[in-house]
Design a protein around this ligand. Structure first.
Ligand code: IPE
Ligand code: IPE
Ligand code: MG
Ligand code: MG
Ligand code: MG
Length: 294
């Protein structure tokens, strides 16, 4: 998987995640090995890249965003570990490797997820270059987007409502926004917290961009689950169907769904074109993702 010109930002967060893990004093070696296994596995690092690119658009030094970029990746990693558990999606493959509970065991996977979630807040609150108010606001954004009002409800509704035939487009949109969209929105918002003097028009456009981007990303995830390949995805193709889970794939024919993904990404990009030239790189990044097959 190649992310071309965004590799430097991916390497940046990878470097920080390595340093973070090395700095921890974890008495349980098994737990530590599991955290390392997941956090350093080859994910796309889209969320940290989005945080950094938003920071660039807002003209703030990237060092101010290092901790929150790690925090969001820790939060995301935890959500993937739990998402793969037998009680949830029961997936054996993640990022091209056995998922955490397969490589270790279920209890270790649950605990590694717990630990990564706590670590996300620790990272946020220990950011060295931000004011107490900024760190506080970032922690609140993170907890709102990933707790019961956000991701966790999305995951719960995903499991409860997508297995029967009464699901609707409206419900699916809500679930996608909760389980995936809100964390992407948070990536934009935390960067804005670090830039208190940013022009209002720019922040409005960035927030609107994030909404469409997150939705497009999850619709595309559904598309790739059905029409992508295990090798490039690093996770098992056809998992949703195997689980009897209804997704956008059940509502649209392949070509129509492809169109919908393109249109939703275009709507995201459109918001950014209103704030050029600051948003040029974010536009290129979005354009790049439209064609992703990974
Ligand atoms: C997968 O996220 C889960 C979703 C929320 C769609 P990513 O596609 O960003 O997964 P990684 O981090 O690259 O493995
Ligand atoms: C996962 O959605 C959303 C979260 C982990 C919060 P999916 O279940 O579709 O993600 P994949 O396809 O397993 O990566
Ligand atoms: Mg899931
Ligand atoms: Mg899943
Ligand atoms: Mg999926």
């Amino acid at each position: 998987m190649i992310l071309e010109k965004w590799d430097t930002l991916r390497e940046r967060v990878d470097g920080r995640l390595n340093v973070l893990l090395e700095s921890l004093n974890v008495p349980s070696e098994r737990l530590y090995t599991a955290m390392q296994y997941v956090l350093l596995s080859p994910g796309k690092r889209m969320r940290p890249v989005l945080i950094y690119l938003t920071g660039k658009a807002l003209g703030i030094p990237l060092q101010q965003l290092d901790n929150i970029a790690c925090a969001v990746e820790c939060m995301h990693a935890y959500s993937l570990i739990h998402d793969d558990l037998p009680a949830m999606d029961d997936d054996d493959l993640r990022r091209g490797k056995p998922s955490c509970h397969r490589a270790f065991d279920e209890a270790t996977a649950i605990l590694a997820g717990d630990a990564l979630q706590a670590l996300a807040f620790q990272q946020t609150l220990q950011a060295p270059l931000l004011s107490a108010e900024q760190k506080n606001n970032m922690a609140i954004l993170l907890s709102l987007s990933c707790g019961a009002e956000g991701m966790v409800s999305g995951q719960s509704m995903d499991l409860l409502y997508l297995e029967n035939d009464t699901f609707s487009l409206k419900l699916l949109e809500q679930i996608h926004s909760l389980k995936t969209g809100v964390l992407f929105e948070t990536c934009i918002r935390v960067a804005i917290v670090a830039a208190p003097n940013a022009p209002e028009a720019l922040t409005i456009n960035l927030n609107a961009f994030a909404k469409y981007f997150g939705l497009a990303f999850q619709i595309q995830d559904d598309y790739l689950d059905a029409y992508g390949e295990t090798k490039s995805l690093g996770k098992k193709q056809g998992s949703d169907e195997k689980q009897g889970k209804k997704t956008y794939v059940n509502l649209y024919a392949q070509e129509e769904l492809n169109e919908l993904i393109q249109t939703t990404y275009r709507q995201a990009k459109h918001r950014l074109t209103q704030s050029l030239p600051a948003t040029q790189e974010l536009i290129e990044f979005t354009q790049y993702l439209i064609q992703r097959n990974f």
